[in-house]
Design a protein around this ligand. Structure first.
Ligand SMILES: *Cc1c(COP(=O)(O)O)cnc(C)c1O
Length: 391
């Protein structure tokens, strides 16, 4: 008999009850060191006091109004994102897929509005992930996720990630935009070479395309800057964010330059829930913490220390691990043995991590993780590696 919860996930046998910082507690009393952060969402740790305070206060004032009204918290969050990014304007969504979907709409609308209605195609990268809606599945082009769901939505081309020659060669008179994750998450925790985004920007500018970033996973402080592309200094025209923006309260956002958003006039897009008072209260609380002086420097420093420890681990067990990859606290270890087996064993020992494509063990700790917790995680990882059959 089918479960009441539609069985689209192979779920772990951990019934969650409460969380505190980097720790997650199950209903059977087990305690886990959680380096999944709800898949890169609870970046300030579980139940961050400042976020709790903000959403609790908002819950007693107003939950929802619809976007027919001015929502002061939404205006404030939009302004703060604008002040801290390339963007001039922001639309709030409820999820990452919706934010990416709107980014694609903005790109097509821009071309149509500026005399190029024939430019509607988007070039994406192999190994990327953009969400589970029809358009975002087509944008990523991963066959395993598309299979059985009918004709794939038209308008998407794919090239190898981190390959500028392929990208350039794929541009046609119908191309509207390039869509890329500045650091790939689900697809295998891949950071491109240092000049990749610069090269994409040059291609986009040469052919009159928009450059669209999906920072749903790598953004919001994950790499040690508010947005991952800020390390390269190469701004996009449109960008999707979500995951960590509300520290667990569902909220996404599509950021755009004034130029790119030229066609987004009243009536061109909407959302019942998007940017509702609760969601933006959470978003503003997250920014209060992240934009405090020194926060990102702390993330970058702890990421460097964590990565060094993972490099030592990988080097010590070459029969299990190949190499460490990623950026900041979006960390991956390419495995030699099946990554899923290691993840399962770590979980038995009380440590939660994820897998990613390309047989990678993915680590998404809360950005506030401390050295004690890193040491505890490494102890478990070394134990599991040491006891691995034939390691
Ligand atoms: C998770 C993710 C999405 C989809 O976000 P949802 O909130 O699950 O719709 C899109 N892009 C990237 C890069 C992601 O990691």
């Amino acid at each position: 008999m089918i479960s009441a919860v539609m069985p689209t996930y192979g779920r772990w046998d951990v019934a969650v009850e409460r969380g505190e910082g980097a720790y997650l507690y199950a209903t059977d009393g087990r305690r886990f060191l959680d380096l999944t952060s709800g898949i890169g969402v609870t970046s300030l740790g579980h139940c961050h006091p400042h976020v709790i305070e903000a959403v609790t206060a908002q819950a007693g004032a107003l939950w929802h109004s619809s976007n027919l009204f001015r929502i002061p918290g939404q205006e404030r969050l939009a302004q703060r994102l604008v002040d801290n990014s390339f963007a001039d304007t922001v639309f709030f969504n409820n999820s990452g897929a919706e934010a990416v979907e709107l980014a694609l709409k903005v790109a097509r609308k821009y071309q149509s509005e500026t005399g190029h209605p024939e430019r509607y195609r988007i070039i994406g990268c192999q190994g990327s992930f953009h969400g589970r809606s029809f358009a975002t599945l087509a944008a990523a082009g991963a066959e395993n996720y598309l299979k059985g769901f009918g004709p794939v939505m038209d308008g998407f081309d794919h090239v190898a990630f981190n390959n500028l020659n392929e990208m350039r060669a794929a541009v046609t008179p119908e191309t509207a935009a390039i869509l890329v994750e500045p650091v790939q998450g689900e697809g295998g925790v891949r950071a491109p070479s240092a000049d990749y985004l610069k090269g994409l920007r040059a291609i986009a500018d040469e052919f009159g395309l928009l450059l669209v970033y999906d920072e749903v996973q790598c953004g919001m402080g994950r790499t040690g800057k508010l947005f991952a592309h800020q390390w390269s200094g190469v701004a996009p025209d449109v960008m999707a964010v979500a995951k960590a923006l509300g520290n667990g309260f569902p909220i996404g956002a599509c950021l755009a330059s004034e130029k790119a958003a030229v066609g987004m006039v009243p009536g061109t897009h909407g959302s019942t829930f998007g940017g509702n008072p609760m969601a933006v209260a959470a978003g503003n609380a997250v920014l209060d913490v992240m934009l405090a002086p020194g926060f990102f420097d702390g993330v970058a420093a702890v990421a460097t220390r964590f990565r060094a420890k993972l490099e030592e681990l990988a080097a010590a067990y070459p029969k299990l691990f190949d190499s460490v990859r990623g950026a900041g606290l979006l960390l991956g270890i390419k495995c030699v043995v099946p990554a899923g087996d290691i993840v399962a064993k770590l979980r038995q020992e009380g440590l939660l991590v994820l897998t990613a494509g390309d047989n990678v063990l993915r680590i998404l700790p809360p950005l506030v993780i401390g050295d004690r917790e890193i040491a505890a995680a490494l102890d478990i990882m070394h134990k599991v590696a040491r006891e691995w059959p034939a390691a």
